[in-house]
Design a protein around this ligand. Sequence first.
Ligand code: FMN
Length: 428
Amino acid sequence: MQHEKFHYQSLADIQRTAELCNAFLPLNEDVSPLFQPLKIGRHTVANRIALQPMEGTDGLEDGTPGELTWRRYDRFARGGAGLIWFEAVATVPEGRASAHQLQITPANVDAYKRLVAHMKETCLKNNGYEPVIVMQATNSGRYSKPTGTSDPMIAYHCPPLEEPLLDDKHILSDDQLKRFTDAYEGAARLASEAGFDGVDVKCCHRYLACELLSAFTRPGPYGGSYENRTRFLKDAFRAAQSGVGNGFLTTRMNAYDGFPYPYGFGVHEGSLEVDLAEPLKLIGELVDEFHIPLLNVTMGNPYKNPHVNRPYDNGNYIPPEHPIEGLGRVMKGLSDIQHAYPELPLLGSAFSYLRRFAPALASGMVSGGHCAMAGFGRMAFANPDFPCQLRENGGVEKVCMTCGGCAQLLRAGIPAGCIIHDREMYKL
Ligand SMILES: Cc1cc2nc3c(=O)[nH]c(=O)nc-3n(C[C@H](O)[C@H](O)[C@H](O)COP(=O)(O)O)c2cc1C
């Protein structure tokens, strides 16, 4: 079905469109399943609502959380989500996505320690429990802009993402990749020292580790075969494992990139359909070797096919599909993975599109056993109090309008937030 803007007045309206789009969209008006606790390794999260990592481009030049970073996480902690997945934090300076992306270093680890302690205290005081907090460790690879100008570090030439193709000098050598995997040890050690409960070896949205999963055309030890394409991620996990101490390891992983073979992971060889064979194999290996107690699943690329990553009303182009179709793709992928690994708690993404009906989808997914937790990104910027509101009133007061404003701010390298509900702070 063609793209159209959000116009739903009821769950029945959404259900009808989902049927027309053949989209998998389990809805449950009763949101109480979202307020059941869940075991994640040795932690218990108080509820099934997570805040997804949302980069705010508001760190200091040396990667220390800035004033607006503090404001964001203070509000997130008050809001009552059981789990807060702290945004992308660079593992090496050249892998920062902007001059204001966070980076944890021995020199600033105490600032992170203060922020994490503040988040735990604030949530405890306001909600009666501490959130589980995961730090997302990243290397932006192709999307590196450490000084504010693009300085891509790529795994291979990817025509759907390069028009024209980049100079070969941007292709990372095997030695550089090895050095980058080693950097996850230091990042995990610092994250643990700062008090984060877990570390995410970020493998999504076509940043470096994710891009390597589709490096079919790259020669050498990091490309071609499945074993080679997954080498970087597994080596990064091994490095992080030796640094993480008592914390747990996890990943936010793309189960589907949305680019044709040989340029996409989780994509059928002859079409753009989802093919979970390799993602499922990889997840099984991460469970077996690293005992991941939780997996965060996402899809797409926020630069080239953001409609896959976060269905929207307004963006740079009109998507080739109906937003409900895109939402259904994410939910079906989640459900298939959760059913393949019923013991592994799965955290889902992309719920914000449904606005005030998003909690019903979250509840439908959780109560139906299609995922264990629902993660919200744009909604957290629009209304950081929504988990408390949902718990207390069964509904949310303000919602994300999927206007794309926060993403535009992020791309411009300036502090990102909601330009509608927080407009005193954030303007385009
Ligand atoms: C401004 C902005 C910043 C984001 N930062 C991150 C990030 O640091 N790490 C990450 O994995 N995803 C990031 N995302 C993606 C979101 O976590 C999420 O997957 C996406 O917005 C879809 O979920 P939603 O529908 O709840 O918004 C970002 C998205 C936006 C719009």
